[in-house]
Ligand binder design. Structure first.
Ligand SMILES: C[S@@+](CC[C@H](N)C(=O)[O-])C[C@H]1O[C@@H](n2cnc3c(N)ncnc32)[C@H](O)[C@@H]1O
Length: 268
């Protein structure tokens, strides 16, 4: 059930947590190879965390969250529009009890009433690009999301205030000095058409310099760090300096992103 890729990335993330030298990852992996070890590098243990977009987590990232909870004294609470019980088959059987034990609030992070100043860390990894596009289904046994069987049927517009709303909500939930870890696909910018694992069509927002600024220059936060990576033609991820180095990249109808950006932002 766990892919070779997820197994390798989780092993590297765990070695980052343990402070040992991680083995280099092979070429040909998705952006998860950058994101999940990077998240691991920001934990010291004992933090109270709010994770946005928990339910459909890739297994490398989910494995990291469960490891933080089990062995590092990290408290995790989550938010998603989909209940984990709806997609329980996507989790390895021996993880299910631990996944379902994570307290989760079901709803749109933009509009839920979040507790003020409760969390040390908020994680929003490969999630904000889906907000405003994904819609949960509650009755359809075939798919957890309302998705289109044709490319033409996909809504490519999302509200212009998604970034501002999400950042304001996470700014409220974090304590002053708390840290938001956020990552996005980055490329030429704008809506990108995707096909999901069921072959259905959907869209995500691919970030560019302007839409990234809406995140890192949000008034609730100061930038601690930001990083940019490009997946080159040899399928190796390399660090680059700025969003402008990614303008040729596109995730449209690709199996994974061709560029990504990550930021740690401190709540003012
Ligand atoms: C691609 S998954 C990312 C999962 C995980 N963070 C990871 O990095 O593997 C995006 C998640 O965001 C959730 N999501 C989409 N729109 C949302 C919204 N408005 N509020 C909260 N969660 C949302 C989806 O249901 C899905 O679980």
């Amino acid at each position: 059930m766990m892919s070779e890729e997820a197994t390798q990335i989780l092993a590297v993330a765990k070695s980052v947590l343990a402070g040992t030298d991680p083995l280099p990852l092979p070429p040909g992996l998705s952006e998860r190879a950058i994101e999940t070890p990077w998240v691991a590098s920001h934990f010291r243990g004992g933090e109270r965390v709010l994770d946005i977009g928990f339910t459909m987590s890739s297994l490398d990232y989910l494995g990291l969250l469960l490891e933080l909870r089990k062995s590092r004294g990290v408290t995790i609470e989550a938010i998603d529009i989909v209940k984990p019980e709806r997609v329980v088959r996507r989790y390895p059987a021996d993880w299910v009890a631990d996944v379902l034990a994570v307290p989760i609030t079901i709803g749109d992070v933009r509009t839920l009433e979040l507790p003020a100043s409760r969390y040390d860390i908020a994680t929003c990894i490969s999630t904000i690009e889906h907000i405003g596009f994904d819609e949960a289904t509650h009755a359809d046994p075939a798919t957890a999301f309302a998705r289109s069987t044709t490319a033409d049927g996909v809504k490519l517009h999302r509200d212009a205030d998604v970034n501002a709303k999400v950042l304001a909500q996470l700014g409220r939930a974090l304590r002053p000095g708390g840290v938001l870890l956020i990552s996005v696909p980055m490329g030429k910018g704008g809506p990108a058409l995707l096909r999901d694992s069921l072959g259905l069509y959907c869209a995500q927002w691919e970030y560019d310099a302007a839409s990234w600024r809406e995140i890192v220059e949000a008034p609730e936060f100061d930038i601690v760090e930001q990083q940019f990576y490009r997946c080159d033609a040899d399928h190796v991820w390399r660090a680059v300096s700025a969003p402008e180095d990614l303008v040729e990249q596109s995730s449209a109808l690709q199996p994974h992103a061709a560029g990504c950006a990550l930021a740690a932002l401190r709540r003012r």
